[in-house]
Design a protein around this ligand. Structure first.
Ligand code: ADP
Ligand code: MG
Length: 625
């Protein structure tokens, strides 16, 4: 038999290598940004169109390339960064494998323009699927500009495998964060579909973090610092009270390279032991400087995992350093004029004399008035939710009229109950009357400010008020959003809420649905969003928390398609707005709840599939006697 082994042609080898290096648009972003950093740039601009599916462009003002280098840079294993295996142990560059550009050029349309400072003219090269289609002399400023268009154009399977724009954009922003956070001495800008998402001036680490994650981040950071022979540790950890359920802001950088490390993450968590609420995760931005000789970066093609020589010592040091900083902060809070002192309570209590527990009595409670608001909202698990404590009249009216209410909200706290009733009856008159007729003599009873008990033909039903209301709101929202028919209330003064640029970008992805739900947005630049109108069922003071909750839901899972986006949005808002356990409901409210629930398409469960009510038949009751 004749020989059958042959060397793969370069373009095939490159395509195979590309599979490892380029998983998605974000991988290209990472490689191009890193090349720009290695080229000693001081200003790097990232331009993205359609989440990188049509264009990823990186423009830098670095050293540029000569004509020959420009051509060579697309060859596999072509690198200016190492010359021998020995150099692998003294790396001070991001790249060294020399395969990124070759891989990218194998699976996209690439245009490169580059010029060195000393040269008069630059070089322009166009490559498609590893083939150079043109090379020309061109006029271009010092530095390099690379455009990567139509990624995976020649591998339809990979292209089809790409996720929605929202998901791919998130991955790109994540990479952008990682790279720009490691290099605050470089200016970074990012544009998506023509609008600026980030504008990060040259700064220090703290300012860079704040510029990325928004102004409110500043007060959340506790600095950490330690210097030993083995490692220099610097950076910040988030104050324990700001720990989130999502694992959002957790960053390790080793020698200015973002890395993932479950082991070091464990060290951080160990330092926070006893300070965190169940299931919450601290945020951290930790920079480690170690001798390049003591690490091996070569173990992963995308270089996000590295091996440390003395992992155990590093673990112990990191944990001790963070513990120390948290302790110091504990006794001597850093002066920070932006700080909200009330946030420090857990620490301020330390060292103070113990106080006997106080029995809380609601002195204003009068069983003969209609309005009763419990002092805490029973089952709500997170502190945040207490701000949803329903405030009497206004909420009652909401609950009653549901989202279809055309009436603008009554925000006066002390409006008489009777006047609300009047107003509701007037506006939603028809609905109201119909229901009254249907209700007949049906009675309801509220049990423990949590359940509504009512009768049906076969026996009785016990309805979980919070869950039932979630279902009702969810279906109303879905209807409103999909039909774009929600009523909204114009705000007298536009509401301005500050968010990080990333959060703004994330909200943009569901903007259309939010608008259908009744929100009207104004300008959303400068880390702030302006809201001019809100759904009529939402109170102004609830908006910030509602959007925060929505963001955290979206962050945990960015929905793929338009439909599931709408669904996630409706779920999140319903969860935020649903009347809580612990809120006393008037007879009419109880009846409204029961009727609306059974008018739902899927009354038996919440949008998260938890039962909304149970039934107890007369037979079952008989058996008990
Ligand atoms: P690596 O970064 O591993 O060396 P790449 O394929 O990413 O491999 O790049 C190949 C070479 O092209 C680099 O070693 C560098 O010399 C050159 N190069 C790439 N991007 C730039 C840039 N933005 N500015 C200057 N030179 C660059
Ligand atoms: Mg590179």
């Amino acid at each position: 038999m004749s020989d059958i082994i042959q060397l793969l042609p370069d373009h095939v080898a490159n395509q195979i290598a590309a599979g490892e290096v380029v998983q998605r648009p974000a991988s290209v972003v990472k490689e191009l940004l890193e090349n720009a950093i290695d080229a000693q740039s001081s200003y790097i601009k990232l331009i993205i169109k359609e989440a990188g599916k049509t264009l990823i462009q990186v423009i830098d003002d670095g050293v540029g390339m000569s004509v020959t280098d420009a051509r060579l840079s697309f060859e596999r294993h072509a690198t200016s960064k190492i010359k021998s295996a020995e150099d692998l142990f003294h790396l001070d560059t991001k790249g060294f494998r020399g395969e990124a550009l070759a891989s990218i050029a194998a699976i996209a349309h690439v245009e490169l323009k580059t010029k060195q400072e000393k040269d008069e003219t630059g070089t322009e090269i166009k490559i498609e699927g590893s083939k150079v289609t043109s090379q020309e002399v061109c006029a271009t400023p010092k530095g390099t500009a690379i455009s990567v268009k139509n990624l995976f154009y020649n591998i339809p399977a990979r292209r089809n495998f790409l996720k929605s724009n929202a998901v791919e954009l998130r991955h790109i922003i994540d990479e952008f964060h990682r790279v720009s956070m490691a290099h605050p001495s470089i200016r970074f800008d990012m544009y998506h579909n023509g609008s600026e998402i980030f504008n990060l001036p040259i700064s220090n680490h703290r300012q860079r973090i704040v510029n990325i994650f928004g102004g409110k981040t500043n007060e959340k950071l506790v600095p950490i610092e330690e210097e030993t022979d083995l490692v220099t540790i610097s950076g910040f950890v988030g104050k324990p009270e700001y720990a989130k359920r999502s694992r959002g802001e957790q960053f390790f950088f080793v020698n200015n390279r973002f890395i993932k490390s479950g082991y070091l993450n464990h060290a951080v968590n160990a330092a926070f032991e006893g300070l965190l609420k169940d299931k919450s995760n601290p945020s951290y931005f930790i920079y480690l400087e170690v001798d390049p000789m003591s690490i091996d970066i070569n173990i992963h093609p995308t270089k996000t995992e590295i091996k440390f020589e003395d992992e155990h010592a590093l673990y112990a040091m990191l944990r001790a350093t963070i513990k120390h900083s948290l302790g110091q902060f504990n006794v001597a809070p850093v002066l920070d004029f932006n700080r909200d002192a009330s946030m420090d309570t857990p620490y301020e209590f330390k060292g103070k004399e113990a106080q006997a527990p106080i029995i809380e009595v609601d002195r204003s409670f009068n069983p003969f008035t209609e309005e009763k608001v419990p002092s805490s909202s029973g089952s709500s698990s997170s502190k945040q939710y207490t701000s949803f404590k329903k405030e009497s009249a206004g909420d009652w009216e909401n609950l009653y009229a549901g989202l279809e209410s055309e009436v603008s909200k009554l925000n006066t706290k002390d409006t008489e109950f009777s006047s609300i009733e009047f107003e509701s009856a007037e506006v939603t008159g028809e609905l109201f009357e119909d229901e009254k007729k249907d209700l007949g003599q049906q009675t309801t009873y509220q049990l423990k400010r949590k359940y509504i008990v009512t009768t049906i033909k076969s026996g009785m039903v016990v309805i979980h008020q919070h869950r039932a209301h979630q279902r009702i709101l969810y279906e109303e929202l879905l209807r409103n959003i999909t039909m774009a028919s929600a009523a909204s209330q114009q705000l007298l003064f536009p509401l301005k809420i500050s968010f990080s640029k990333q959060e703004v970008a994330l909200l943009e992805t569901v903007k259309e649905q939010l608008e259908n739900a009744g929100f009207v947005f104004g300008d959303s630049s400068l880390g702030e969003i302006e809201i001019n109108a809100i759904p009529s069922a939402v109170q102004e003071k609830e908006v910030a928390v509602l959007l925060e909750q929505l963001l955290s839901d979206l962050e945990n899972e960015v929905p793929e398609s338009g439909f599931s986006q709408t669904d996630a949005l409706a779920k999140s808002i319903a969860r935020s707005l649903a009347i809580r356990t612990g809120v006393e409901l008037a007879q009419e409210q109880q009846q409204y709840m029961a009727n609306s629930l059974f008018a739902c398409t899927e009354p038996t469960v919440t949008p998260d599939n938890k039962p909304t009510f149970i039934t107890l038949t007369v037979d079952e009751i008989d058996k008990k006697f």
